[in-house]
Ligand binder design. Structure first.
Ligand code: RB5
Length: 143
């Protein structure tokens, strides 16, 4: 699976961990930075992953900042991107089952790497349920 990933300084260590994890799992990872813990602006990095999603370079995106909040705000400004701020296993599953999320946003300052790994695995392996959710998800891109 092609997965685009990025972080700011607040999510850098988590991103680094997830890149290794995803590569070990056999995914093709597009790492859009950042490259260390020097302060950067999260919108710049969310934009890179959002562009990979809408441009078809990646099926899923992963964004990490301190809280995950800023990344989700920026990514959701792109039509076609459905970014979910996830902080527990159930949210990881529901964001796929009901919302057909294509980007998972994580808080590097709040999640252990093991918890994040588990949530990412759930996110990537849970199918969209379609049905009644299809109509609602379509409406997300209607404005
Ligand atoms: C950076 O200090 C922090 O504001 C950022 O990583 C993120 O949490 C924003 O939503």
């Amino acid at each position: 699976m092609f997965i685009s990933i990025a972080s700011d300084h607040g999510g850098f260590l988590l991103k680094k961990h997830l890149v290794s994890f995803l590569e070990r799992e056999g995914h093709h990872v597009i790492d859009r930075g950042c490259t260390d813990e020097q302060p950067v602006d999260y919108p710049d990095y969310a934009a890179l992953v959002a562009q990979d999603i809408i441009g078809g370079n990646a099926e899923y995106g992963i964004l990490a900042c301190g809280s995950g909040i800023g990344m989700s705000m920026m990514a959701n400004r792109y039509k076609g991107v459905r970014a979910a701020l996830v902080h527990c296993d159930e949210y990881a599953k529901l964001s796929r089952q009901h919302n057909n999320a294509n980007v998972i946003c994580l808080g590097g300052r709040f999640l252990s790497s093991m918890d994040a790994e588990r949530m990412v695995r759930l996110f990537l392996s849970t199918p969209f349920e379609g049905g009644r959710h299809e109509r609602r998800v379509k409406k997300l891109d209607s404005c």
